[in-house]
Design a protein around this ligand. Structure first.
Ligand code: ZN
Ligand code: ZN
Length: 357
């Protein structure tokens, strides 16, 4: 279990002799367990998966490296006994996922059982490991990306003037599911005309009109791994102003893809695209970061934006998705997924991004 070894190394660096993991993607990443409820308790030597009776059989099948424990109704009936048997003294927990109430319950259970143990908040321990993809993970992401590409190709034929955003989103969802996607990676965005000025618009009853930009953002999920793809379409002849905007966004996106390197600060990568958009006079209309990591979660590390603090690294998979949003008129966003390989970005996405001239 290479992932557990890496986790144990970062636990040791922080002086932790145990960690409690309940964030769903972190749980799945470490154990393979895909159920929706359960705790991992990992020490230097042991690894347990505690889940309720609904999931015990599934947990045993999916997580052979873990001792599976059936939880009881109250935390105090199983948790303090287990951590004390494991000999843990300083237990890390996921501070950005365990709620205030959840923390109090852990604390109360330990006190009631008179188990002396330090609960230590941690952030990003497993998420950091997840940001560097293994070969098998990259294969699953690539499959999800390929499905997204194929669906987009078909969607281009379905989306015609007069169809509503909601209808278009539903057609895309059907195509994704027919193609083998496990549900959708996230709520599909189809935002036409002025609606496209909202980066996270929800599909409405608005009918799509010829010539206006249509922002389509969607993703598949294969083997738990997500893809994320945005294209901006024009049905018929593109509006001239928006066509110009499209060219700027595409230039910005290509500048980032071509310029990014494996050891760059994430802020520098963001600036590669942002610089192009700023020089074109649209800096204020690119109000989000360049991209985000994609894996078991559709948004994960690395964060690639103007306020990022991290450095990029070989094996990271993330989106490159600059956009320009013009209130009242519309938006343009173009999003690909790249992997950092041999020092540079390799684009996984294959969907066309040229506009009919
Ligand atoms: Zn997206
Ligand atoms: Zn995205």
């Amino acid at each position: 279990m290479e992932r557990l070894q890496k986790l144990r190394a970062s636990m040791a660096e922080r002086g932790l002799d145990g960690i409690l993991v309940c964030q769903p993607e972190n749980r799945r990443y470490l154990s393979g367990f895909s159920g929706s409820s359960g705790w991992l308790l990992i020490s230097g030597k042991e690894a347990f998966l505690a889940t309720d009776f609904r999931y015990v059989e599934q947990a045993k099948a999916e997580s052979p490296g873990f001792g599976v424990i059936q939880t009881k109704r109250e935390l105090r009936d199983w948790f303090p006994g287990l951590v004390s048997d494991m000999g843990v003294h300083k237990l890390g927990f996921e501070a950005d996922f365990v709620s205030y109430d959840g923390h109090q319950k852990l604390d109360d259970a330990l006190k009631t059982a008179q188990v002396v143990l330090e609960l230590e908040p941690t952030t990003g321990l497993v998420e950091t490991l997840r940001s560097i993809k293994e070969v098998e993970e990259l294969e699953l992401i690539s499959k999800a990306v390929e499905l997204g590409d194929a669906v987009f190709q078909k969607a281009r034929d379905i989306i015609r003037p007069g169809i509503t955003e909601k209808e278009a989103a539903w057609e895309i969802e059907k195509l994704l599911r027919q193609g083998g996607s496990e549900g959708v990676a996230f709520e599909i965005i189809v935002a036409s005309g002025p609606n496209g000025a909202l980066p996270h618009a929800r599909p409405t009853e608005k009918k799509i009109v010829s010539g206006e930009p249509v922002v389509i953002d969607m993703g598949a999920r294969i083997g738990g791994y997500c893809s994320d793809l945005t294209r901006t379409l024009f049905l018929g002849q593109a509006d001239r102003n928006m066509r110009k905007t499209y060219d700027i966004v595409l230039e910005a996106q290509m500048a980032a893809i071509e310029g990014v390197t494996s050891s760059m600060e994430a802020t520098q990568a963001d600036q590669l695209a942002r610089g192009v958009i700023e020089r074109a006079g649209h800096g204020d209309q690119f109000g989000h970061g360049l991209g985000h990591g994609v894996g078991l979660a559709v948004h994960e590390l690395p964060t690639v934006g103007p306020a990022s603090t991290g450095t990029l690294a070989e094996g990271m998979v993330f989106t490159v998705e600059p956009g320009i949003y013009l209130p009242g008129l519309g938006g343009v966003r173009i999003e690909d997924i790249v992997v950092l390989h041999d020092g540079k970005a390799r684009v996984l996405t294959g969907a066309a991004k040229d506009l009919p001239s």
